[in-house]
Structures are given as C-alpha cells and as structure tokens.
Design a protein around this ligand. Structure first.
Ligand code: NAD
Length: 499
C-alpha cells in the first residue's frame, strides 16, 4: 500500500511542500519515496516537491478506478445525478478561483490575470457545460414493425486514461475529465510533470464534491518509462485521451495498440492568420498580436504565422511593431503584465534556438533574444522578448515547425490561391483565421483550408458544442460537445421483440 497523508485541504494545498498522487480518494506518495522538483519558471526557484509515480502507482490507481467502475456506484448512477457532482466540481473551482489561478501561474509563468480571468473560469465552465449538455444526449429508438423496438444506447467504456500538457493544465484536464465522468467512466489523469498543482487541486475538489473513491485518480510523473507510459500500456485502460506533441501522440498510439485502446489525440499546431486587402485592420491586428503572444505563444491554436496581402504589407509591419512594443513582459503576478515566462529553461532554449534561423530566413524587426532587463527576482526566469520576423518565405522552419513560443513570422502573398496553398503547405492542420470583409471569399477560403477549426474575422471564439481537433499531424478524432461524449462511450444496439 502507498503511504498516505490526508491532512491537506483545498485551503492548505497551496502551501504543501510535497504534492502527492490522488488515488482511491486519498492523497498518497510513491512507495520508493521518489520525488521531483516543481519549479516556478518566472523565478527559476524550486517551489516544492512532487511525488514521482511510476508503474506501481499507476497500477494502484487503475485497480482503484476499475473497482469503482465495477461497483457501479458511479457508472450506474443516473446521468442526472452524476451531472450534479460535475456541477459541484465547477462550483468548487469558482469558489477557489484565486488559489487555483495563483497555483497555475506559479507552475506555468503565465500572467495571473490570464489564469484568473481565462483558464480558471473556462475550466469551471467545462464542468458546468458538460453537466448540462450530457443530459441532452439523445438515445434513439427505431421501430421496424409493431412488435420490435431497436434501441441505440450509449454505455461507459470503463477506466479511461487522460494525459495532459503543461500549456493550459487546468483547462485541458477539466475539458477531458468532465465528459469522461459524465458518461459514467472512471478516470486516471496523468498531468504534465511541469504543472502538477492544479491537477493536485482537482483531486481535492473531486473529494470535496463527494465523488466516490476511485472515480477520479491523479498520478504524477513523467512520460516515457514512467507514469505516462504505464497508463498507455495498461490492459485495463479502455481509452486514452491525450493532448500534447505530435511525436508523443505517435508513441502513445503504438503503446495503446497492444490492448486496442480507443484513442483521441489533440496534437501540435501551426495556426495561421490570413489578412486580405479588405480586412478590418484594426480588429485583425489586435487579434493577430493577441493570438501570437497570449500565453507566451504556447497555445496549440496560436496564430504563430501571419500571411499579409502584399498591398498591406508595409502598413501591417509598421502597425504590428507598435502593438508588439506595447506588450508588457515581466512579473506574472503584476496586474499590468501581459506576457510572462515560458514553461521551463529547456523550452526557453528550444525557442531561442530558432533565433539564428530568424536572422537567416528573415528580418528580425523586434525581439530576438532572452529578456534580461528584469528585477533581480526574475533574472533566473525564462523570459523571451516578443519577436517579430518579417520577409519570411513559406519553406522556412519558422513557418513549418511548431516553435511554441513568442515568435511571429510574417509572409507576404499576392492572391487567394497562393495564400491557401501556402497555409496548407505544412504538416499541421489545426486552425486558421481569415480576415476579410468579402463573405464569398471567407466562405471559399475557410472551406479550402485543411484545418480542423477556421475562424472568420475572429480568433479563439468557442462554442463548446462544436467539434474541436486537428487534421493531418494535428490530431486524431474530435473533442467537444457530443464528440467528447461519444468518444467516452460505446454505442450499443438493443432489440426488444414483443409477443
Ligand atoms: P508532450 O507531448 O511533451 O507531453 C504531454 C503529456 O504527455 C505530458 O503529461 C507528458 O508527461 C506525457 N507524455 C510524454 N511522453 C509520453 C509517453 N511516451 N507516454 C505517455 N505519456 C507521455 O507535450 P507538452 O510539451 O506537454 O505540450 C505541448 C504540446 O501540446 C504542443 O505540441 C501543443 O501544440 C500541444 N497541444 C495541443 C493542443 C490541441 O488541442 N491540439 C492543446 C494544447 C497543447
């Protein structure tokens, strides 16, 4: 049995020096006592320890989830009642919004205001939305003749594994947990090793909301040869919903193949903004800057490449320069800060490795290096200057690769056909925004783009009922609304014959 410590509460969790797993309704620690550091990327300081889970801890969590599923206390509960628990979880997130926002900012380096006004309420609304929406899921009955009724019903899968990345930790965990639980599954979550805190809180929130032990479990650890891989290989796990890098998705697909798990993958992206000559420039440029630099450029949907019609090019570059200069990078807890630190030293080095490419493949108009003019407290932090690179060609690595940082390369185009070809010419197919006042053109271009999501004259607007996911190397399957509910359940036919 793992050692447990159950004095931590939602109120005291933020000060706990050692975060444990959440298994069978209890906080517990790895048997071998191994831990890893939780580092604040804005200061470079170790802020606590996290219990390092491996196969043994994952096995325990899966045994607990399987037992909870089979006992039926959750899986056979009427949907309406399960949804009451989800609502409660959403309410508890809002009740503890300041603590959650602070913990999210401490783990990720993102501005506190963004955590408080973006990530946290959106996470609560994931629970509230699925609590309502799941109850509207329709089951069908077909009548072939008077004494036969054919029902198409949906059933939970059993134990499902959720693996989440570090860029939107609470948001993406809640995006998966809520529909998985709504459909009656029991869950094992493996959060990203860089961002354990809000996942730790979710365990406590589940307990406070009264979920039976084993219904939601959280195991911390790394990916390969660690907790993540153990989850993907376990024969009792029926499905894996994964968000992360494309290469990791490929590895997980192979690991999941042995036990024929269902998989849903939300992978990398290289979002494009396309500015036609008749775009509303003021609106478009505001959104382009926001979409490129929000969350330090670490969003799969980020507008991380910008295509500008040649007639606007100079004007756009000049206006973009002024707007990007207005971004305030620094202390994430300061309410005036609009850009914080990137997630880690390793990631900062990866992003900075693109700066020589930027100098070689274009003109670095702004930024181009690590930000060093900061108060002493942040000198070891992972801050990068917002970087604008113009005169970039489509084949450049700046356009073709997911940098996942605050670098915006700009490409000029002549006409609609050329820009559609260029935007489609990467391995990714997640998202794009089209900016034009010509509704016919918007319609043509949004159909021609090989993307899972296209925005017209906007960015990041979401109705949670719509499909979310990517084409090509950006994903497998769709989440959101009924797509999530269908992924987390099996369809079954039942036929009644009456005498
Ligand atoms: P990552 O793939 O390195 O890690 C994601 C998660 O997978 C982590 O929890 C990690 O521990 C785990 N993991 C890693 N290797 C594993 C393995 N072999 N088996 C099981 N688990 C493993 O991704 P990241 O760096 O945390 O996140 C950034 C990436 O996520 C970017 O590529 C970004 O585009 C993508 N992302 C996509 C979406 C989307 O909806 N399409 C949303 C957010 C982020």
């Amino acid at each position: 049995m793992l050692s447990t410590m159950d004095t931590v509460t939602l109120e005291t969790a933020k000060n706990t020096p050692l975060m444990g797993h959440f298994i069978h309704g209890e906080i517990c620690f790895s048997e071998n006592g191994e831990t890893f550091d939780n580092v604040n990327p804005a200061t470079g300081q170790v802020i606590g320890q996290v219990s390092l889970g491996g196969r043994r801890e994952m096995d325990q969590a899966i045994v607990s989830a399987k037992k909870a599923f089979e006992q039926g206390e959750w899986s056979r509960l009427p949907m309406k009642e399960r949804c009451q628990y989800l609502k409660k979880m959403g309410d508890l997130i809002l009740e503890h919004q300041e603590t959650l926002a602070m913990m999210e900012t401490r783990d990720t380096g993102k501005p506190y205001q963004e955590s408080l006004n973006g990530d946290v309420p959106r996470s609560a609304s994931n629970f509230h939305f699925f609590a309502d929406y799941a109850q509207s899921l329709q089951e069908t009955c077909f009548t072939l003749n008077e004494n036969e009724r054919h029902f198409a019903v949906r059933e939970p899968l059993g134990v499902v594994g959720l693996i989440t990345p570090w860029n939107l930790p609470l948001y993406l965990s809640s995006w998966k947990i809520a529909p998985a639980l709504a459909m009656g599954n029991t869950v094992v979550l493996k959060p990203a090793e860089w961002t354990p805190s809000t996942a730790f809180m979710l365990g406590l929130i589940a307990r406070e909301a009264g979920l039976p032990p084993g219904v939601l479990n959280v195991v911390h650890g790394f990916g390969p040869e660690s907790a993540g891989e153990a989850l993907t290989r376990h024969p009792d796990v029926k499905a894996i919903s994964f968000t992360g890098e494309t290469t990791t998705g490929k590895t997980i697909m192979k690991a999941a193949a042995d036990s024929l798990k269902k998989v849903s993958f939300e992978l990398g992206g290289k979002g494009a903004n396309i500015l036609f000559e008749d775009a509303d420039l003021d609106k478009a440029l505001g959104a382009c800057v926001h979409s490129a630099f929000r969350n330090q450029g670490q969003i799969c949907l980020a507008g991380s490449r910008l295509y500008v019609h040649e007639s606007l090019y100079e004007e756009v570059v000049s206006q973009l320069t002024e707007r990007i200069k207005a971004i305030r990078v620094g202390n994430p807890m300061d309410s005036n800060t609009t850009m914080g630190a990137v997630i880690s030293k390793e990631h900062m080095e990866k992003v900075l490795s693109y700066m020589p490419v930027a100098h070689q493949d274009g003109q670095v108009v702004l930024g181009g290096k690590r930000l060093e003019q900061l108060p002493a407290e942040f000198l070891k932090g992972c801050f990068i200057e917002p970087t604008l690179v113009t005169e970039v060609q489509n084949h450049s690595r700046l356009i073709q690769e997911e940098i996942f940082g605050p670098i915006l390369p700009v490409v000029s185009f002549k006409d609609e056909n050329e820009v559609v070809t260029m935007v489609n010419d990467t391995k990714y197919g997640l998202s794009a925004s089209v900016w034009s006042r010509d509704v016919n053109r918007c319609h043509r271009v949004s159909r021609a783009l090989q993307m899972g999501i296209v925005w017209v004259n906007c960015w990041f607007a979401r109705d949670l009922r719509t499909p979310f996911g990517g084409k090509k190397a950006s994903g497998v399957g769709r989440e959101g609304g009924r797509y999530s509910l269908e992924f987390f359940s099996d369809a079954k036919a039942i036929c009644y014959r009456y005498e």
